[in-house]
Design a protein around this ligand. Structure first.
Ligand code: ZN
Length: 417
């Protein structure tokens, strides 16, 4: 039976060159007694844009772990798959993020809804969850609304799960259910009933990715009230704990935090709450590695700096097109983007510092960082040159990748001084 460890991190490596540097950060954390399971994830959209295959991620993960003598478990995640996209991921992946976002809000059949309500009715009026001080108000009407909104998604999740299980066999892969790519957050009460549905459908889910309140924009800090987030996060944690016992879900079921990179203002909160309750988490950091490649190339100067400047100039011309698929997860203030004229005169340091996520640094520009975050497509158009530059400047680039994951992410999350 494949089980995911207490702490795990999703590492996205869009162009497949930074696996070793990413793993080095995980190994360093292990030396400081913070065991983290690495999970390499790449979504279908990213594969299509870059022109890679799911098997490429598997090959990279196998290669870098072998090379560094890493003997602990690691996984390859078919990120945000659904019924239409799962097929080509099945062979090479052993972690599946079943994305039900597109099924949320579609109504299941009356019989199915009635069957769910029959048993769920016992939680109506006052739902008391251990660890949550106030009891949650849940009317029958509210449970019906939740069933109408989410039951169809749970049925679809089951269908996708079964499809994977048929090929891979029971227990041979990790199952995550994600519902973060929707406009509105799920409340702890909704999460409770969603987990009931998942339990009834016999999906052995080990991680669940709700959408939290506040903005989880790509590559930049959390936007919202960290205290409110803390309350919601802790309630969700208590809901999961209760649901495991109540619905017979896997013992190690834990929270998955998507768009989890760079959320520096809530890392201390996440770290201290999971510690308090002796829980773990899965944190996905998909696209930051690409940003670190750009920063590393900028810092290398010469042709590498020219190349990333060109990427930025094209991204200014194609802002709308690049941002469209990511509308829910970026907030770019166009008027704060430096112009082509301005950036032309920048040196290595200035360009790198504008993108490097160091809060408080005067040069750091979160608008420019978000734009470059979604501009990886432009490097994919000049792949040969891009890869050549990554190779020539390998040391600076991998240093940049390592420092980002280890110093800025892991140290904050695990309170390593
Ligand atoms: Zn996600």
């Amino acid at each position: 039976m494949k089980t995911l460890g207490k702490f795990s991190m999703g590492l996205g490596d869009r162009f497949g060159h930074q696996g070793a540097a990413q793993l080095e950060a995980i190994i360093e954390a292990g030396k400081k007694s913070n065991e983290i399971t690495p999970v390499w994830n790449k979504s279908n959209r990213e594969h299509i844009i870059i022109g890679t295959q799911p098997g490429d991620v598997r090959a990279e993960a196998d290669l870098v772990t072998k090379k560094s003598g890493f003997k602990k478990p690691y996984f390859v995640d078919a990120d945000h798959i659904n019924l239409d996209t799962v097929d080509r991921f099945i062979e090479s992946s052993d972690f599946f993020t079943i994305d039900v976002a597109s099924y949320i809000g579609k109504r299941a059949g009356d019989d199915e809804i009635q069957a769910f309500l029959k048993d769920a009715g016992k939680y109506s009026d006052k739902l008391k969850i251990p660890g949550i001080r106030k009891s949650l108000e849940v009317s029958r009407q509210r449970i019906t609304e939740i069933a109408e909104k989410y039951l169809f998604a749970a049925i679809k999740a089951r269908e996708i799960y079964r499809k994977i299980e048929k090929v891979k066999g029971k227990g041979n892969f990790i199952t995550e259910v994600s519902m973060d790519e929707v406009p509105y957050p799920q409340t702890p009460v909704e999460l409770f009933f969603i987990l009931k549905m998942v339990g009834e459908k016999n999906i052995p889910v080990q991680t669940i990715a709700p959408k939290f309140s506040g903005r989880f924009n790509k590559g930049v800090d959390y936007v919202g009230d960290p205290e409110k987030f803390a309350e919601e996060f802790e309630s969700d944690l208590m809901v999961i704990d209760f649901a495991i016992k109540e619905f017979g879900l896997p013992e190690n079921l834990k929270m998955s935090i998507h768009s989890g990179s760079d959320k520096f203002s809530i890392y201390p909160v996440i770290g201290s709450i999971v510690k308090k309750h002796n829980k773990g988490f899965h944190l996905k950091t998909a696209g930051t590695t690409w940003l670190e490649e750009v920063i590393g190339l900028a810092a290398s100067g010469g042709k590498a700096l020219d190349f990333v400047k060109d990427i930025y100039f094209s991204s200014l011309e194609k802002t709308e097109e690049l941002c469209a698929p990511y509308a829910d997860v970026i907030d770019i203030n166009i008027s704060m983007l430096p112009s082509k004229d301005e950036v032309s005169g920048w040196n290595s340091e200035k360009f790198a510092a504008s993108l490097r996520h160091v809060p408080g640094n005067r040069d750091f520009n979160p608008n420019m960082r978000q734009l470059i975050h979604v501009a990886y497509k432009l490097a994919a158009l000049k792949m040969d040159e891009y890869f050549r530059l990554l190779k020539t400047n390998e040391k600076t680039v991998s240093q940049s990748v390592y420092e980002n994951i280890y110093n800025r992410h892991i140290c904050r999350l695990f309170n390593i001084k």
